[in-house]
Design a binder for this molecule. Sequence first.
Ligand SMILES: C[S@@+](CC[C@H](N)C(=O)[O-])C[C@H]1O[C@@H](n2cnc3c(N)ncnc32)[C@H](O)[C@@H]1O
Length: 208
Amino acid sequence: MLASTDLETAQSLLSQAYLPSTFTSPVRAPSLDVRLNVIKIGRDQKSHLRVEDDSVSRMHAVIEAKPEEIQIIDLGSGKGRTLLMASEYPFRRILGVELLPSLHEIALENLKKYSSQTQRCFAIESLCEDARCFQFPPEPAVVYLFNPLPEEGLATAMRNLESSLREHPREVYVLYQNPVLRHVLDSTASLRYVASAQYYLLYKSNCT
Ligand SMILES: C[S@@+](CC[C@H](N)C(=O)[O-])C[C@H]1O[C@@H](n2cnc3c(N)ncnc32)[C@H](O)[C@@H]1O
C-alpha cells in the first residue's frame, strides 16, 4: 500500500502555506499529526481524516507511510518551495516541473543554497517543462498540484496521466491544493476521490 506521506506533505504544506487568494483572512489550515505512520480515512469518529459522506464506509482507507518508496512530482513547481519542504521527508525522489525559465532558475538556486540539518531527501530535480506535455515516470508517485494550470491545461495533464496509468498500472495519488477545478479531477476516470481536508483533495489511481 502506498504511503501517507502525501498527507504528511500536505500537512506540512498546509501548516506553512497561506490560504489561496479566494480567502480573505490569513487563517491557517488545521493539522494532522505528521508523525503518524498510518492514516485512517472514513466516517468513523476516530479517523484521522473524517469524510462525512454516506457513500463512504466507516473505515474507507488506511494509508501506510513508506516514504522511501515514493516519488513526489510537483507540477508547476515555481521557485521550488514545495520541493524543499518535501525534502524534509525521506522520499525516494522529488521532481518539480516548472514552465517559466525565470522561476526554474530561481528554483535551481534555491535547491543549491538550501541547507537544513533535518533534510532527508537529496534526490531532487527541477525540470523546466510544460506540465501539459510532462511524461509521468512509470512508477508509483504522489502528484502535487497547487492549482498550477487553467482548466484545459489541467485536463490535458490528467489525460496524460491516464494514458500513463493505462500503460503502467500503478498507485498514483494526486494531492490537489486549492482545488478550484475539482470537476476536472472528478471526471478523470482513472482517479477516484479518497479524502479531503480543508484546502486540499486527495485522489488515488483506480488501477490497484
Ligand atoms: C501556485 S504556483 C505553485 C508553486 C509551487 N508548486 C508551490 O507549491 O509553491 C503555480 C506554478 O505553476 C506554474 N505553471 C503554470 N502553468 C504551467 C505549465 N503549463 N507547466 C508547468 N508549470 C506551470 C506557474 O508558473 C507557477 O510557478
